[in-house]
Design a protein around this ligand. Structure first.
Ligand code: SAH
Length: 453
């Protein structure tokens, strides 16, 4: 399998600088060993106008069949010459640094858009699907079909020479190929597990979440393993969510809806009261939004350290404006509840006011693990809407959620079941409280779980 990558001179870019980007000297032929053969890298052309680099993967077909577990039992197969997962592995060996966007000697080149062309000698694919994958990424796509046997009139084989042309940073092109070549080929020579999911999300960062073929790319890359596919799509959905959008209009709409009962004030006042009663001094407000709870807490000297975290930078800017004067007790932190955050270690009480319903259900577990198994505060206060009450809001059409970024809203029964299970798993006990005026049938508009260790 041969891939040739060309770049032409543009915007002060000297094509020979490609050597810096890929960490390969243009004067040398280099050979690397990979598990199934060898890969050679060399430059057929280096001129002031153009630089061409070739990567030739030489697979040992006999060794391949002899190795157990490859799913190959025929000596004659297309693995030595077609672009496949073997090729992606070789790319990672040869272009490791470039795929990660590392270039110590010319760091400014990493993000520079270059006029690039890549030719892949043999790709087993359906040209329509190939176009659906690469056109949305901005490439021009050309294919030449190789007839199986032109003498016998056997045309239309699945093998094509593919040329892609585009203007983008080299790192981007390499990451597109790294993910999409195995997607086209559909066979993988190794077991697909969670590592593969992480690889997909890492190399897909910045483009996969918006790709119109996202679902088929994820399914095929993860070899149709449904659990992994579901997790990957949920995480991509989250990457796609614009955290800046979340707080502004939607928060206002939610407040407008709940206005008659001034529900949000009521909730925040009750949480403040509970924190005061607890006697704790180090508090973390997770998903702090525009800082409404923090501005209540700062009024009390009891609270010596108040850490407020949000994934939305804009929310933190709003919080900073709201809090105005400097207060050494308050730390506004940009971070996500889905990842361990050692800055918060040692906090005694955590408040999460109207936040869990913003998390995708498959990711909620990561959040609760960080909270109850890693941070382990003495007290955790979680509030969330009571879905049963929604039909009593005159402006909300039946069945809809209160906020366009809510991923779910729970009935009282659902919240209690989740909270009890979570508490039980981590050595906490939980008490419940309804927030807001109670309807005899539908309960209160909001609900709260108070977890104590
Ligand atoms: N607690 C605040 C804001 C509630 S709105 C209040 O009561 O006013 C929900 C907040 O959770 C938003 O500000 C949103 O940006 C934040 N959020 C959503 N997902 C998050 C995540 N993964 N990590 C941290 N914050 C998150």
């Amino acid at each position: 399998m041969l891939m040739t990558l060309s770049c032409t001179a543009c915007d002060n870019f000297d094509p020979a600088d490609l050597g810096y980007l890929v960490h390969k000297h243009p004067d040398k032929v280099q050979t690397y060993s990979v598990a199934h053969g060898k890969v050679h890298v060399f430059y057929p052309e280096v001129s002031p106008q153009r630089c061409r680099l070739s990567m030739l993967l030489e697979i040992d077909p006999v060794g391949l069949v002899r190795r157990p577990g490859q799913g190959l039992d025929q000596y004659v197969n297309d693995r030595p010459y077609a672009a496949s997962s073997f090729f992606a592995v070789a790319m990672n060996r040869v272009f490791r640094e470039a795929l990660l966007g590392r270039c110590k000697d010319r760091p400014q080149l990493v993000k520079q858009e270059l006029d690039l062309e890549v030719q892949l000698s043999v790709v087993r694919c359906q040209p329509d699907y190939l176009r659906q994958l690469f056109l949305p990424l901005g490439y021009a796509v050309e294919t030449i079909n190789h007839a199986l046997d032109p003498h016998l009139g056997w045309h239309q084989g699945p093998y094509h020479t593919v040329t892609l042309k585009g203007r983008c940073p080299l790192q981007q092109l390499l990451n597109h190929l790294y993910i999409l070549l195995p997607v086209l080929d559909r066979q993988k020579h190794y077991y697909v597990d969670k590592d593969e999911l992480e690889k997909l999300l890492l190399k897909g960062e910045g483009w996969l979440a918006q790709h119109p073929q996202k679902n088929s790319i994820v399914e095929r890359y993860l070899k149709f393993r449904s659990g992994l596919t579901r997790d990957a799509l949920a995480r991509l959905q989250e990457d796609n969510a614009d955290p800046e959008r979340i707080t502004l209009e939607a928060d206002q709409a939610e407040e407008e809806l709940e206005k008659p009962v001034r529900l949000h004030d009521l909730r925040l006042d009750r949480v403040t009261e509970l924190l005061k009663e607890s006697g704790f001094s180090h508090i973390a407000d997770l998903g702090c939004g525009s800082g409404k709870l923090v501005s209540r807490l700062r009024k009390f000297r009891q609270f010596q350290r108040i850490q407020a975290v949000d994934v939305s930078y804009q929310a933190l800017v709003m919080a900073k404006e709201k809090l105005r004067s400097e207060d050494a007790r308050i730390e506004l932190l940009h971070g996500s509840l889905l990842y361990r955050d050692s800055r918060l270690q040692g906090c005694q009480a955590v408040a999460m006011v109207e936040v869990i319903e913003h998390l995708d259900p498959p990711r909620l577990r990561a959040c609760t693990k960080n909270l109850f198994a890693f941070l382990k505060p003495q007290l955790v206060i979680i509030t969330t809407p009571n879905r049963e009450y929604n039909q009593l809001f005159p402006n909300l059409n039946g069945g809809r959620l209160r906020h366009n970024d809510h991923r779910f809203e729970w009935t009282r029964c659902e919240f209690h079941a989740w909270a009890q299970e979570t508490a039980g798993q981590h050595g906490y006990r939980v008490d419940f409280e309804d927030l807001g005026p109670a309807d005899p049938i539908h309960g209160s508009p909001s609900q709260m779980g108070v977890f104590r260790r």
